[in-house]
Design a protein around this ligand. Structure first.
Ligand SMILES: Nc1ncnc2c1ncn2[C@@H]1O[C@H](COP(=O)(O)OP(=O)(O)OP(=O)(O)O)[C@@H](O)[C@H]1O
Ligand SMILES: [Mg+2]
Length: 286
């Protein structure tokens, strides 16, 4: 685990290149919206085949970080690469074509369109209709419940069901990196388990995932790696469990320090986020 000071790139970059199974590298990124920097020298890595969870308070810059990766925002300094290929400087469309697909923080389906139409939109850059058909088949195999909703208007689905459709849509491009911005946001605790199970399922099928999660405890529990972003800087990074068990982070973000984490679930503390996070545990909730 590393506790980090502001870093503008060089050391982090060298460390990242030394890791052959690194998928995404964010190195010394400084970015904002014109009114000052929001990200102030952010460096982190997303390991191939892992789930990296970014947690941090509201306004820390989590969505800004994701926008910088997706090409929506150009960093003032620093660079983002995917398997060594530069994403920085590319348009959002080019980043998509390079295999980075994001599910945004707010619900993003076209509510008046059917579920099938929405999912097919996820493959809009695919020209070959046969490939589109095959991808849809594969996606429905992964999320069979979505098959039952194909003819329904997306707006008629519950919040949790819409999230699964958004996941299905993002898989249409068979992405190298799936980015999920607060997938549990606005969902009832009993629905969280379905959404987190779906994240686990994508991971078990080989997807590399960068997850931002407000339910920090639940997000870190299902993740291989964790990053704490605070005020536009990486405060701490390590394995999901290391971050989860860090006493200070526990007190700040997880509703109380985690102790006695020898049970394999990594946490037995309770607090502000406790009930929602616990509902997301395997076997818990509806
Ligand atoms: N489009 C924008 N224009 C100007 N400022 C913005 C814009 N989007 C975000 N900000 C500002 O950037 C800072 C970081 O916002 P960001 O949305 O990245 O935080 P976040 O960590 O994702 O927060 P949350 O947990 O609330 O989603 C905030 O101060 C926010 O007001
Ligand atoms: Mg956000």
């Amino acid at each position: 685990m590393t506790t980090q000071q502001p870093d503008h790139g060089a050391g982090q970059l060298a460390a990242a290149y030394a890791q052959p199974d690194c998928a995404l590298e964010v190195s010394g990124v400084v970015a904002g919206y014109g009114g000052g920097d929001v990200l102030r020298g952010v460096s982190l890595t997303v390991m191939q085949g892992g789930i990296t969870c970014v947690v941090g308070p509201n306004g820390a810059g989590k969505s800004t970080l994701l926008g910088t990766i997706s090409g929506l925002l150009k960093p003032r300094l620093g660079v983002v690469t995917l398997h060594g290929d530069r994403l920085t400087g590319k348009s959002p469309r080019q980043v998509l074509e390079m295999g980075v697909v994001q599910v945004p923080q707010n619900h993003s389906l076209f509510t008046e369109m059917t579920v099938r139409e929405n999912i097919n939109l996820g493959g809009f850059i695919l020209r070959d209709r046969r490939v589109l058909g095959q991808r849809l088949e594969g996606v429905l195999e992964m999320f069979p419940q979505v098959s039952e909703w194909l003819g329904k208007k997306a707006g008629s689905l519950s919040g949790g069901q819409q999230r699964l459709v958004e996941f299905a849509r993002c898989l249409m491009l068979d992405p190298k990196l799936v980015i999920l911005d607060e997938p549990s946001m606005g969902l009832a605790p009993k629905v969280l388990k379905t959404v987190f199970d779906a994240v686990r399922l994508m991971h078990s099928q080989g997807k590399t995932i960068l997850l931002v999660e407000q339910n920090a405890r639940a997000g870190l529990r299902l993740s291989t790696h964790g990053v704490v972003l605070e005020n536009g800087q990486v405060r701490l990074s390590g394995t999901g469990r290391e971050v989860l068990e860090h006493p200070e982070i526990g007190a700040l973000y997880l509703g109380g320090a985690v102790s006695g984490a020898g049970n394999g679930n990594g946490a037995n503390g309770s607090g502000a986020n406790g009930s929602a996070a616990d509902a997301a545990q395997p076997g818990a909730g509806a």
